[in-house]
Design a protein around this ligand. Structure first.
Ligand SMILES: Nc1nc2c(c(=O)[nH]1)N[C@H]1C(S)=C(S)[C@@H](COP(=O)(O)O)O[C@H]1N2
Ligand SMILES: [Mo]
Length: 223
């Protein structure tokens, strides 16, 4: 899309970091081998609780001015959606509180989010019967993927605010996805495109040795 071309990016892909994470995936780093039980424990296996909120990305942080942000829902849909930020903010709003779990071992409890439920957005687009998977694309070029059934779960949000404040640029503002049931690499920051597909399309980390599902309770770190 032509108008994506002039979203300013700062930084550059931190290739060393990408290589290190890929090597961890190869070596199965951090695996405990014992599945967790979410009905009994709050912290998934092998995770460490943090109180701050670490920033993790490829090293490129797009500066998406609010008036330039666009969200598209397309692919196998009957009614492709294309929204500006004011249009997105005018949709029914939801507040959710949840825990997040990064594959590099940190977890953070009780994050308060505000935004639009993924299922409301998907309902607007009216998926075709054959749509089974979702592929996300972000302004930094990052991609990731989940089954459509996972994306339309109750607790999945396209969030614009965290702890009552707009999500900062470094954490993916103006709008990021939050899929709290999966490791946090499945939650794209600076999201712009949601594509519904018949076949799965593994994203940036999924093609570099990360697990395709990413359930923290099953330690689906690498696949
Ligand atoms: N667009 C984009 N989204 C992304 C990433 C990224 O590099 N680019 N990194 C993922 C990873 S690996 C993690 S752990 C979380 C980190 O989000 P945070 O920086 O807000 O903690 O974002 C995920 N979403
Ligand atoms: Mo991550």
């Amino acid at each position: 899309m032509a108008e994506d071309d002039d979203i300013p990016l700062t930084g550059g892909i931190r290739q060393k970091l990408v290589d290190t994470k890929q090597a961890w995936a190869r070596d199965g780093r951090l695996l405990t081998g014992t599945p967790g039980d979410p009905t009994r424990d709050r912290l998934p296996p092998g995770q460490t609780l943090v109180r701050d909120w670490p920033v993790l990305d490829l090293g490129v942080q797009p500066d998406v001015a609010p008036d330039r942000w666009r969200l598209r829902v397309e692919g196998l849909v009957q009614a492709p959606v294309r929204l500006t930020l004011p249009e997105f903010m005018a949709l029914p709003q939801t507040e959710l509180v949840n825990d997040i779990h990064c594959v590099t071992q940190w977890s953070r409890y009780d994050n308060h989010w505000q935004g639009v439920r993924a299922r409301d957005l998907i309902a607007m687009a009216r998926p075709k019967d054959e749509a089974r998977f979702v592929a996300f694309t972000s302004y930094d070029g990052y991609t990731t993927n989940v089954p459509l059934a996972e994306f339309v779960r109750d607790e999945v949000l396209l969030a614009h605010s965290w702890e009552g404040e707009p999500i900062s640029r470094q954490h993916g503002g103006p709008v990021r996805v939050v899929l709290p049931r999966l490791y946090f690499w499945k939650s794209p920051k600076w999201v712009t495109r949601i594509e519904l597909l018949r076949e799965d399309r593994p994203g940036f980390w999924e093609v570099r040795g990360y697990h395709n599902n990413g359930d923290p309770w099953l330690e689906e770190r690498y696949g």
